[in-house]
Write a protein that binds this ligand. Structure first.
Ligand code: AMP
Length: 417
């Protein structure tokens, strides 16, 4: 988190005292670049498109002005089963995380502003009960929101502000139909804020249909420079052994390992266990309670190794994650960026490591090309890739630049509705 040095603090941004007091308590001394730019724009009622990553402070960038608007309008609004501020997000973890942040920012409104998160994978009845009397701010995944609307638990026709967060992720997970259905239920006059790390065609189309004369801002994560990307070549049969060797040798703690399927999580955890490394798994087949427990334990540093599918790749606010490993390569170049974005946050130096065998090599080149990076292939002593692979690498290896810093759709995965 790199604050904007040009602004001394939040008071210049037009925020009211209860919010400023809370920011002081949270030790947010200076606005981040996205906060400095977006807060005045949102307070002025304008639509917004922001290119911003998780870790940029974007939650506060939209949450603070929305809370202020709701607080200011409050005497005029009656809730019924209506919602005033709607935040659409791709995953349940993100829904909970954002709702928690908003509730925290709203602390000094003394319960006047009600914030709820709704998402699939848990009982709908509890959420229906919680929605009784409406809510001021609702953070929702699209599938569950549609279910709740169909039971009349909530109505969207009085929404004043719509936030679409992680728009690229939402569309790449196959939520396009749900989003269209939801947009049709919103009033014509509303303020729209769209946040996305990347802008593929689908997102551009959405911005064109949804936004009215938006202010555009592009903010690359200021933490990118603290992220080191490396790629190790290895024979397929030795990948797990290499992984275990690296974890032990470097005594890595809080390492997040990505694989492509739920059963790979369990297999890899079992293999690591045989090497004396205990790992937990995080994927869509786990119950919501189990996922929360694992995630909290990982965040707290009680779990050293977490093996996850891509559901964990976006939006999760896991601070200061030192190492992210692609054990299986992500399907899309976009997912590569999302995965490695879990590391090197908050000014810490992070390592994003990919382990590739010869079957991965071509795909990794595509990932590099699309993301405009080129990484030197490295070998770990005693785990070198064999000659066949080396030849392939040497012939295919064009000039190598120092590392810096999307694509094929994969349909909605379990646990993201
Ligand atoms: P976000 O990108 O919204 O997920 O925020 C990433 C992390 O940065 C969260 O842990 C926030 O609490 C923290 N954060 C957001 N804004 C600031 C700020 N201005 N100063 C310090 N920390 C912040």
């Amino acid at each position: 988190m790199t604050p904007n040095k040009t602004l001394s603090n939040f008071t210049h941004l037009g925020l009211i005292a209860p919010l400023l007091a809370r920011l002081t308590e949270l030790e947010y001394q200076q606005p981040t670049p996205i906060q400095a730019q977006a807060i005045p724009v949102v307070l002025a009622g304008r639509d917004l498109i922001a290119g911003a990553n998780t870790g940029s402070g974007k939650t506060a960038a939209f949450a603070l002005p929305i809370l202020q608007q709701i607080h200011t309008d409050k005497p005029l609004s009656t809730r019924g089963n209506y919602v005033t501020g709607l935040v659409l997000v791709p995953t349940r973890e993100l829904a909970k995380q954002i709702a928690d942040s908003i509730a925290s920012y709203a602390l000094h409104f003394n319960g006047d502003i009600k914030t709820l998160a709704v998402f699939g994978g848990v009982s709908i009845n509890t959420q229906m009960l919680a929605l009784r009397g409406g809510t001021d701010i609702l953070v929702a995944t699209p599938g569950r929101l549609i279910d709740l609307i169909s039971t009349n638990a909530i109505k969207l026709n009085r929404v004043k502000t719509l936030v679409i967060d992680e728009a690229d992720r939402m569309l790449s997970l196959g939520f396009s139909d749900e989003i269209s259905a939801l947009l049709a239920l919103l009033p014509a006059k509303k303020q729209c804020l769209l946040f996305s790390a990347t802008f593929p065609e689908q997102v551009k189309d959405l911005t064109q249909t949804l936004l009215n004369d938006p202010v555009e801002m592009q903010l690359q994560s200021s933490d990118a420079s603290t992220l080191v990307q490396r790629v190790f070549t290895v024979n397929k049969g030795k990948k797990t052994a290499l992984l275990a060797h690296l974890i032990k040798q470097h005594q890595w703690r809080q390492v997040l390992i990505f694989v492509n399927a739920k059963n790979h999580c369990n297999h890899l955890a079992a293999k690591l266990a045989k090497q004396g490394i205990s790992a937990e798994v995080f994927h869509g087949d786990k119950s919501q309670g189990a996922r929360s427990r694992v995630l909290n334990a990982f965040k707290a540093g009680d779990i050293d190794v977490l093996i996850a599918t891509d559901i964990a790749a976006r939006g999760l606010d896991i601070e200061k994650l030192p190492v992210v490993i692609n054990f299986d390569l992500p399907r899309s170049p976009l997912d590569y960026m999302h995965r490695i974005g879990r590391s090197g946050r908050s000014g810490e130096v992070g390592l994003a490591l990919s382990l590739i065998d010869h079957e991965d090599y071509h795909h990794f080149s595509i990932i590099e090309k699309k993301n405009k990076i080129r990484l030197e292939r490295e070998q770990v002593p005693d785990f070198e890739a064999d000659e066949v692979i080396n030849e392939a690498l040497i012939t295919a290896n064009k000039p190598i630049a120092k590392p810096e810093g999307s694509g094929k759709k994969h349909r909605r995965k379990a646990g993201t509705n």
